[in-house]
Design a protein around this ligand. Structure first.
Ligand SMILES: Cc1cc2nc3c(=O)[nH]c(=O)nc-3n(C[C@H](O)[C@H](O)[C@H](O)COP(=O)(O)OP(=O)(O)OC[C@H]3O[C@@H](n4cnc5c(N)ncnc54)[C@H](O)[C@@H]3O)c2cc1C
Length: 423
C-alpha cells in the first residue's frame, strides 16, 4: 500500500480543516476517525445550528480567547474569521450574521456544515477511515514514524511523513472526544496543562429545580472566590436542570470551576436590577406597598413569577404580608434584588460541558506553525491544545485557525522532505 504523506487523527472541525489545507497543497491525506461518522460534535453545536465563527475584529475577538490570546494571534492571522466565512461560502455553504456578530449557516443546520466539509474533502482526494481508533503514535529518534490504530478489533499500522493530532478535548465524550490526544502527548513526553470542564453549569446550594428553563435577561453577575470579586458580567442567565447556565453563567464558569477544583469558596452575586440603584429600588417598593401589602403579588412586578418563591425563601427575614408599608422590609428586599448571594457547591462535568480548558501546553507548540517543539513532523490543532473561547463562535474559530495552520505547515514540510529526497 502507498505510504500516506499526512495522517490526521480526528475528523472534527480542526482535523477536517487541516485536511482541506494540506490537500489544497497537493499532499495525500488520510484522516483516522474513531467514530462511524465525521464531525459528531459539529452536528450538535449551536443547538443544532452551528455558530461557525464570530465577525469581531482581532482586538475584540481576542478578549474572548483563554488563557493566552497572543498565542492564538498567529493562527488567527493565518486563517481568520473572514477566511472561515469565505472558505465555507466557496464550498457552497452560505453564511448569515446574527445578534452578537455570530455567524451561522444560512440553512440554520449544523449538519450542512459537516456535509459540505466532508463533500469538499472527498473531492480533494482526502480519505476518512471511520471506526479507526488510533492507539499509539510511534517515534524513532525524535521523528514521528507511524500511527497504530484499531479497526474491527484488529490492530493495523500506517506509516506517515507527518501527523496532526486533532482529537479534541474531554467534553461530550459521546461524540468521540475522550482525551486520547492527551495520552499520546504524555507518552511522547509532551507536557499538558491541567484540564477542567468550562462553559458548564454551576450548581448553587439551594433547590434550583423549580426554576428550570427560567431565563433572566439583562442581569448582572459577579463571581467571588473567597472574599474577592474576580469577574463581573452582564447579560443573560438561564436556570436548567443542571444549575446556572446562559451566556453569563458560562462566562464565569471557567474561573469558578478552577476555584472549586482548588477547593476555594466560590459564590455568585446576582443583580436582578442593574439599571436601578438600591435606594431608588427601595423607595419604589415602599411606594408600591401602599397599594399592595401582599409581598408575593408585589414582587411579580419586579421579577418573573417563577422566581418569586425561591427569591422569598432565600431572604433571611420572614414576611409574606404587611399591615403597613415597612421601610426596613423594602430595604431588605431591594438589597437582595441587587445582591442575591448564591454559594456554588458544584459544577456539571465533561458529560455536558461545552468545552475543555487546559490541554497540550502552549509552550510545547510553535504558534506560527502549530508544530511540536520536540518533534518536527508532529502538529496539533483544535480543542486538544490549551486554548478555549467563550460562547459565540470562538471555539470553532480556534479549531479552524489552528487546523488550517497545522495542515498548511505539514504540507510545506512534506514538500520540503520530498524535494530534498529527490535532489
Ligand atoms: C453542545 C456543544 C455546543 C457547541 N456549540 C458551539 C458553537 O455553536 N460554536 C463554537 O464555536 N463552538 C461550539 N462548541 C465547541 C466546539 O464544538 C469545539 O470546540 C470544536 O468542535 C472542537 O473541534 P476539534 O476538532 O478540536 O475537536 P472535536 O470536534 O471533538 O473532534 C475530535 C475528533 O477526534 C476523534 N478522535 C478522538 N480520539 C481519537 C482517536 N484515538 N482515534 C481517532 N479519532 C479520534 C473524535 O471522534 C472526534 O471526531 C460546542 C460544543 C458543544 C459540546
Amino acid at each position: 500500500m502507498k505510504k500516506r504523506e499526512l495522517i490526521i487523527i480526528g475528523a472534527g472541525a480542526a482535523g477536517m480543516m487541516a485536511a482541506a489545507a494540506a490537500a489544497k497543497n497537493g499532499v495525500s491525506v488520510l484522516i483516522m476517525e474513531k467514530m462511524e461518522k465525521a464531525g459528531r460534535k459539529i452536528r450538535i453545536t449551536g443547538k443544532g445550528r452551528c455558530n461557525i465563527t464570530n465577525t469581531k475584529d482581532w482586538n475584540e475577538f481576542s478578549t474572548h480567547i483563554h488563557p493566552n490570546p497572543s498565542f492564538f494571534k498567529h493562527p488567527f492571522y493565518s486563517f481568520s474569521n473572514k477566511d472561515t466565512i469565505a472558505f465555507f461560502e466557496s464550498i457552497g455553504l452560505q453564511c448569515t450574521v446574527e445578534r452578537g456578530d455570530r455567524v451561522y449557516p444560512e440553512s440554520q443546520l449544523a449538519t450542512d456544515v459537516v456535509e459540505k466539509l466532508t463533500g469538499h474533502l472527498k473531492s480533494a482526494g482526502v480519505e476518512i477511515r471511520y471506526n479507526s481508533a488510533v492507539r499509539d503514535i510511534v517515534q524513532e529518534s525524535g521523528i514521528i514514524k507511524q500511527v497504530v490504530y484499531e479497526n474491527g478489533g484488529k490492530i493495523f499500522k500506517e506509516d506517515a511523513d507527518a501527523v496532526i493530532i486533532a482529537t479534541g478535548g474531554l467534553s461530550y465524550p459521546s461524540t468521540g472526544s475522550d482525551g486520547d490526544g492527551y495520552k499520546f502527548a504524555e507518552k511522547l513526553g509532551i507536557s499538558l496543562k491541567d484540564c477542567h470542564p468550562s462553559l458548564t453549569a454551576l450548581k448553587p446550594d439551594f433547590d434550583y429545580i423549580p426554576l428550570k428553563w427560567l431565563i433572566l435577561k439583562n442581569v448582572g453577575l459577579s463571581l467571588f472566590v473567597g472574599k474577592d470579586m474576580v469577574q463581573h458580567e452582564m447579560g443573560e442567565l438561564e436556570f436548567t436542570d443542571n444549575g446556572l447556565e446562559g451566556s453569563i453563567g458560562y462566562k464565569v464558569s471557567r474561573r469558578a470551576v478552577r476555584a472549586l477544583i482548588n477547593r476555594e469558596k466560590v459564590s455568585l452575586v446576582l443583580d436582578l436590577k442593574p439599571a436601578v440603584d438600591k435606594a431608588s429600588l427601595s423607595s419604589r417598593l415602599l411606594k408600591d406597598m401602599e397599594t399592595d401589602k401582599n409581598i408575593r403579588r408585589l414582587l411579580r412586578h419586579y421579577m418573573p413569577e417563577q422566581l418569586v418563591e425561591t427569591f422569598i425563601s432565600a431572604i433571611p427575614g420572614r414576611f409574606s404580608s404587611l399591615t403597613t408599608p415597612d421601610v426596613r422590609i423594602a430595604d431588605e428586599i431591594a438589597s437582595f434584588m441587587k445582591e442575591w448571594k448564591m454559594d456554588i457547591k458544584d459544577y456539571t462535568s465533561y458529560e455536558r460541558a461545552v468545552i475543555t480548558a487546559g490541554g497540550i501546553a502552549l509552550d510545547e507548540i510553535v504558534a506560527k506553525k502549530m508544530v511540536s517543539r520536540k518533534y518536527p513532523n508532529l502538529f496539533f490543532a483544535g480543542e486538544v491544545i490549551d486554548l478555549d473561547g467563550d460562547t459565540g463562535g470562538y471555539n470553532l474559530q480556534i479549531a479552524f485557525s489552528t487546523g488550517y495552520t497545522a495542515g498548511r505547515e505539514a504540507s510545506y514540510l512534506i514538500r520540503k522532505l520530498k524535494d530534498s529526497s529527490s535532489e
